[in-house]
Ligand binder design. Structure first.
Ligand code: NAP
Length: 303
């Protein structure tokens, strides 16, 4: 019989994975992580291929991915391939392991990104809006999502959930960690014009959504992992500045980012989508941080 308390997380050693692991352990789950490095609670991707998913696995979460903004890596074809395969192949590996498993988990949750939707000033995107077919990052999102499909008859009772995450706002990683020191020294500000949308979610809510998907039998399909408050990049910079009691007026010009990162990946910051969590809320998820001010205050609070 399936032990409902074991969760297997592919790529669970990072920013979101660490927060998810802590939350699951706090709730009494056993967590097993698939990593490139072996460790006490880790299995490697090669081990997964050889031995399959551990018995008693009730939920599988896919969140591995080469950091797109690794400053030490140029945006070369080789690095792009790494960005792609670290998401698509790992997710495919987990889907294959579920298909092969004699004892199936109840749910397979895979992260994706709002880069699926085309940046636009006017269009509002909900989960059933089209996308995934206009540039490298959108095609990556679509292929990443497709890799999680469980299209064999014996998997029909395994729920498949895809969470299209916005920029994750949390004190221990991601955008807040990248922007902390420039803001601290008073040289923070919006990116480019700051008018572009900034789809975001607090780390407690991306973790909360994954736990919600694990625990609720009615949850399957696509969910937008974005907070209800739609903001611009400038709104985010102002909220972070207010939370830190620092000015947020010095814009970071697009040409600097394009030169540092190449235009194709700098787009994640210089462009944005208006995304709403329509289905996520319809399914009953209650956001803990609905507005960017409270989210930024939480990130900066002194513990
Ligand atoms: N943070 C955000 O704002 C955000 C927004 C939207 C979507 N996402 C997606 O959510 C996922 C988790 O995000 P995160 O912020 O927690 O990322 P993260 O801190 O960079 O962690 C991702 C994990 O992926 C594994 N990984 C890295 N490079 C890999 C490679 N080349 N091959 C296989 N595994 C690799 C690493 O685990 P090991 O070193 O243990 O192997 C790492 O701990 C990522 O796929 C990311 O694209 C994140």
């Amino acid at each position: 019989m399936t032990n409902l308390k074991t969760v297997l997380i592919g790529g669970g050693t990072g920013f979101i994975g660490t927060a998810l692991t802590n939350s699951l352990k706090h709730k009494g789950y056993v967590v097993k992580i698939i990593s490139r490095k072996p460790g006490p609670i880790n299995m490697t991707w090669t081990e997964l291929e050889k031995t399959g998913i551990p018995s008693n696995t009730a939920a599988v979460v896919s969140m591995a991915g080469q950091n797109i903004f690794d400053m030490t890596r140029r945006w070369t074809p080789g690095f792009k391939q790494n960005v792609w395969s670290s998401r698509v192949n790992t997710t495919q590996g987990l889907a294959n392991a579920i298909k092969k498993a004699a004892e199936k988990p109840t749910v397979f949750i895979s992260l994706s990104g709002v880069g699926y939707y085309k940046p636009c000033d006017k269009t509002e995107y909900s989960e059933d809006s089209p996308g995934g077919n206009f540039d490298f990052l959108s095609e990556l999102a679509a292929n990443w999502e497709n890799a999680s499909k469980l299209d064999t008859p014996d998997c029909q009772n395994v729920r498949r959930v895809v969470i299209r995450s916005g920029v994750v706002v949390g004190r221990n990683g991601g955008v807040v960690q990248q922007m902390y020191w420039p803001f601290y020294f008073g040289v923070g500000g919006p990116v480019a014009s700051g008018q572009q949308y900034f789809p975001w979610i607090h780390i407690s809510d991306i973790v909360g959504l994954i736990v919600f998907a694990i625990e609720n039998k009615n949850v399957d399909g696509i969910m937008n992992g974005v907070a209800p408050q739609v903001i611009s990049n400038k709104d985010f910079a102002s909220a972070l500045g207010r939370a830190m009691w620092r000015p947020a007026i010095l814009p970071l010009p697009a040409f600097v980012l394009n030169a540092a990162f190449s235009e194709e990946r700098a787009k994640i910051m210089t462009e944005g989508q208006k995304v709403i969590p329509k289905r996520t809320e319809e399914l009953g998820y209650k956001f803990k941080y609905r507005d960017i001010d409270s989210a930024c205050r939480e990130c900066i609070r002194v513990t």
